[in-house]
Design a protein around this ligand. Structure first.
Ligand code: PLP
Length: 366
């Protein structure tokens, strides 16, 4: 039996009645933009995360750009980030007018290496943008210490990490501002595009609220050059239902990860979860120098898998102006060559995980 990388339809089946009721109510209400569901979702999300507030936006990429703008980060400013992430992280920095400054990642966690971030700070640096990669929070305390010493902001890209924790605090509460994406494949996924800006800086969140609506508080005076970037009522209604089950789904993902840890051959490097952190496995990503052979074996058996960020951001054509070359970030480049995401969703069975692990072992021997 074929095994998919994700199971969006299976997850939908678990909540379909509640989602359909909620969506129908929105359709009948005639209110589609910035109505009661967006307001309620923002309140529920902020309470869940333990943040000063939350502001729905159209998608995670806009959220990152708007978060930087809300912190007055733009032209002439540098933002330190990781080259091993989805392209939108660096794209958003550049769209805000600032310059992305890449530093290499930790080989243990694949998140930004705090020592390398500290070494990259210049007089132009305004912020660090760590990414909670694949569902694991970046090393927030080490980054906060650097930010405090050098008076920098932290803008947490938490797009992949709804529900993850770092020493008892939620991903999304670890920076001055933080951003989530509700793209359908994320572990808290809507049925279309959506995003959220959150964090501890209440004043900046007010500015995010203006920026998502053309830079206006009241639709009369337009104080800033903003954006038309709102979470819509239909998505908010869906997300409110999903918010009520996401912890259970994350726990089931964690149980699948435990099975993988048990059954995978020891030569394959599993995700490393530092003490004090919980991982929510938006993706379950292993590493092996024989990545391509393992992927071929899985595909031959109808088991989906995917290599992520195979061209790290410093080697992307649109960012060539930064002047990087292959070899600049060896840890990221090695991760790009060796990583492989295995199927991960709440409905995988132990039997399926065992079959996947057996096939991985075959791939290693091929
Ligand atoms: C998905 C994602 C984004 C972008 O989110 P969209 O909602 O697709 O715009 C940004 N950063 C990371 C790390 C992501 O995974």
């Amino acid at each position: 039996m074929a095994i998919g990388l994700m199971d969006i339809q299976g997850q939908y089946a678990e909540v379909s009645e509640r989602v359909e009721t909620a969506v129908l109510a929105v359709l009948r209400s005639g209110r589609f933009i910035l109505g009661p569901n967006v307001q309620a979702f923002e309140d529920e999300a902020a309470a869940y995360l333990g943040t000063a507030g939350a502001v729905g936006v159209a998608n995670g990429t806009d959220g990152l750009t708007i978060a930087l703008r809300a912190l007055d980060i733009g032209r002439g400013d540098e933002v330190i980030t990781t080259p091993f992430t989805f392209y939108a992280t660096a794209e958003a920095i550049a769209q805000a007018g600032a310059t992305p400054v890449f530093v290499d990642i930790s080989p243990e966690t694949l998140t930004i290496d705090p020592d390398k971030a500290a070494a990259a700070v210049t007089s132009r640096t305004k912020a660090i943008m760590p990414v909670d990669l694949f569902g694991l929070p970046a090393d927030a305390d080490a980054l906060a210490a650097i930010a405090q010493e050098r008076a920098l902001a932290i803008v947490e890209d938490a797009c992949q990490a709804w529900g993850a924790t770092y020493h008892g605090r939620r991903a999304g509460s670890l920076g001055d501002l933080a951003v989530f994406s509700f793209f359908p494949t994320k572990n808290l996924g809507g049925y279309g595009d959506g995003g959220l800006v959150t964090g501890r800086d209440a004043e900046a969140l007010q500015k995010v609220r203006m920026l998502r609506f053309h830079g206006s508080r009241d639709k009369v005076d337009f104080e800033l050059l903003g954006y038309n970037s709102r979470l819509d009522e239909l998505q908010a209604a869906v997300l409110r239902v999903e918010l009520s089950v996401v912890d259970a789904w994350n726990e089931r993902r964690q149980r699948v990860a435990d099975w993988y840890a048990h059954y995978l051959p020891t030569e394959v490097q599993r995700p490393n979860v530092p003490d004090g952190c919980t991982h929510v496995y938006h993706l379950y990503v292993v590493r092996t120098p024989q990545r391509d052979a393992v992927a071929a074996a899985l595909k031959a058996r109808g088991i989906a898998c995917a290599a992520y960020y195979t061209r790290p951001l410093h080697l992307q054509p649109a960012l060539a102006f930064l002047g990087h070359a292959a070899g600049d970030f060896p840890v990221a480049e090695r991760a790009a060559r060796e990583n492989l995401a295995l199927p991960m969703h709440p409905n995988l069975t132990e039997e399926q995980v065992r079959e996947i692990a057996t096939t991985v072992a075959e791939g290693l021997r091929s």
